[in-house]
Design a protein around this ligand. Sequence first.
Ligand code: C5P
Length: 405
Amino acid sequence: MSTSKDLEGRHLVLGLSGGIACYKSAELVRELVRHGATVQVVMTDAAQQFITPVTMQALSGRPVFTSQWDARAGSNMAHIDLSRQADAILVAPASADFIAQLAQGRAGELLSLLCLARPRERCPLWVAPAMNREMWSHPATQRNVAQIVADGATLMGPGNGEQACGEVGDGRMLEAKQLRDRVIAQFQPQVLAGRRVLVTAGPTFEALDPVRGITNLSSGKMGFAIARAAAEAGAQVTLVAGPVHQATPWGVKRIDVQSALDMQAAVMPMAREHDVFVATAAVADWRPLAAANQKIKKEGSGTAPQWAMTENPDILAEVARLPQAQRPYCVGFAAESQDVARLAREKRLRKGIPMIVANHGPSTFGQDDNALLVVEDGQDTELPRASKLQLARSLVQLVATRLKH
Ligand code: C5P
């Protein structure tokens, strides 16, 4: 899979303060560079006890800055030059001590100095805490964290889990890929800020007996990409997912379901609390009227089993039938194998929805990229072949322009 250059043209200062999580920063710098960013690494003295500038220089392709007296900066003012060139400063790991320095506006080392000297209105400060759980939960740390957030910093994490000291709890630095995705998200336009978006994704699984069932080849990739793109755009996102193997995007509330009836039961009570409903799930059209309670045995039966089938509820159409004041803006998906545009137009009208997104089913299931045709009343918009995440971002932008204020 080719790497998306989501950070092309972005210049980041990556600051390391002292903590065992410095080892993750080596992978982080690689991830940021792989996605197109240029990265200037700055390390405190304490950080250099954990990882060497040599490693960080090799991975970032730039000499590392460690001192405010470094004469390499043109003006001999590294703190000014470095922060003026940056689109953002990410401190990862941010130790308890470093956060305390930020909270107090201290400037005793190059990294704290350049955080203080940055032009705040155009160079955001992102902070990825990393420390022992007792240090994290200490009132002094919590006070300092609240202070730096009030001063405009954005927290990334911390995560939860096993710590280097052997204890378990809050305080771990987020993993490199999680931080990379948070950084990418920060650069997306916040077109859905304050909106709530509900997404269905994946197939459904209609049980025949406790170990067998009817399902389909939907991977959930498109729906998960839409959930991610909506969250990146600032929305509060709920994702109702059938059985899929996809990681939950950051900031998304996920509800796992199996059958179409489960999906309906999850979606319907929530639908009216959302501003947008995007139905990407490949819901099974039919289900067995009754699933067997025990595994159906082949031995001795002599004949193949038969199932009476019944139709599943159309979740999207049901949401679209809510009274107008309670109805979210509904977006459907249509996966067709032929005559895509015409069938999508008909489906849009049949479902009573303002927007349907058509694609060629057999060539999209399980793939990482796709091409879409967005069908609305009186206009079609083509979204040419791209990664599902790029398409999801374009779709989110389009939907945002259709919402009433
Ligand atoms: O009717 P058809 O399955 O072709 O329509 C596809 C669209 O309707 C998709 O947006 C899908 O998520 C939604 N749908 C649904 N409930 C169903 C069937 C489809 O929400 N039972």
